[in-house]
Ligand binder design. Structure first.
Ligand SMILES: NC(=O)c1ccc[n+]([C@@H]2O[C@H](COP(=O)([O-])OP(=O)(O)OC[C@H]3O[C@@H](n4cnc5c(N)ncnc54)[C@H](OP(=O)(O)O)[C@@H]3O)[C@@H](O)[C@H]2O)c1
Length: 265
């Protein structure tokens, strides 16, 4: 799908991080962007700051009705929808025996159900016109789940399975889908849990840039690519893990130390 001044794009999690970088990149190409996040002031400020006309959509992706209202508001304001980006997400890292069921429920509601709510509300508009694109921001953790991220990885794998099947389901409809699998990107995703991050984690300010990822995602959409792995090592890790989880354990221990794969059996 070409991105230009006629593109109407709705991005969830647009107030900061990867979603904000995507919104900025889309606006930079002339698109009208629907900026969805819970922080009303931030999305309103961003809508005013970006070049062009944009729509602030304060909403909570874990609330189905809230997402459906936001999509309808955007479609009415922008007179249609061409692109829906399911990006909003949260992380609650830590061993499951410590973080417990509540953290998994919370991540499931935002990362996984939030994706389903957005795609469910957006898809009829795209299918009606037999034109458009869906982007789902999963994670490298959807390919290889890490200790301390059992619940997080599960929500990211759910997005992956959903998106991979949906891309095939959309064959011949004029609508397509691109999956995004970031590795460690410099955002505030883990800012609230710095003290709890596992030793294998190498994120933070020196991680890959959200702007560079956003540029790759725009190119991938325009090429109708099946997936973006960023940085490219994420693809290698996914392939190695698919062939032999034991081999990916060994590679990760070499790269990230013993905490990345403590068991050797
Ligand atoms: N950063 C990484 O290293 C990395 C790696 C792999 C995958 N990812 C994925 O990339 C996506 C974006 O993460 P990020 O790194 O950009 O994180 P971030 O900087 O923390 O941004 C998260 C965005 O999601 C929004 N959000 C959170 N809960 C929401 C809710 N209930 N309803 C609506 N919006 C909500 C936040 O806005 P409000 O708080 O204002 O609602 C914010 O705009 C996530 O799906 C994450 O899993 C990130």
């Amino acid at each position: 799908m070409r991105i230009d001044g006629s593109t109407r794009a709705l991005v969830t999690g647009a107030s900061r991080g990867i979603g904000r970088a995507l919104a900025e990149a889309l606006a930079g190409r002339g698109a009208t962007v629907g900026l969805l996040a819970r922080s009303a002031d931030e999305v309103r400020a961003l809508a005013a700051e970006l070049p062009g006309e944009h729509v602030a959509l304060p909403a909570d992706v874990s609330d189905r009705a809230s997402v459906e209202r936001a999509v309808e508001r955007f479609v009415a304001a922008a007179e249609g929808l061409d692109l829906a980006v399911a990006n909003a997400g949260i992380a609650r890292y830590g061993p499951f025996r410590e973080t417990g069921v509540d953290a998994v429920e919370e991540m499931t509601a935002v990362n996984w159900l939030g994706t389903v709510y957005l795609v469910g509300a957006a898809l009829p508009h795209l299918l009606d016109r037999a034109h458009g694109h869906v982007v789902v921001v999963s994670s490298g953790a959807g390919h290889r789940s890490f200790p301390g991220a059992a619940g997080y990885g599960a929500t990211k794998a759910a997005q992956r399975m959903f998106g991979e099947a949906l891309r095939h389901e959309l064959s011949g409809t004029g609508v397509s889908l691109t999956m995004v699998y970031p590795g460690e990107v410099a955002t505030d995703l883990h800012a609230h849990e710095k003290d709890r991050m596992p030793d294998w984690y190498r994120g933070g300010p020196r991680a890959a840039s959200a702007d560079a990822l956003a540029a790759k995602v725009l190119t991938a959409m325009e090429r109708d690519a099946r997936a973006v792995h960023f940085p490219p090592l994420v693809r290698v890790l996914g392939a190695v893990h698919g062939l032999s989880p034991r081999l990916s354990d060994r590679v990760l221990r070499a790269l990230r130390g013993a905490t990345a794969a403590p068991r050797r059996d």
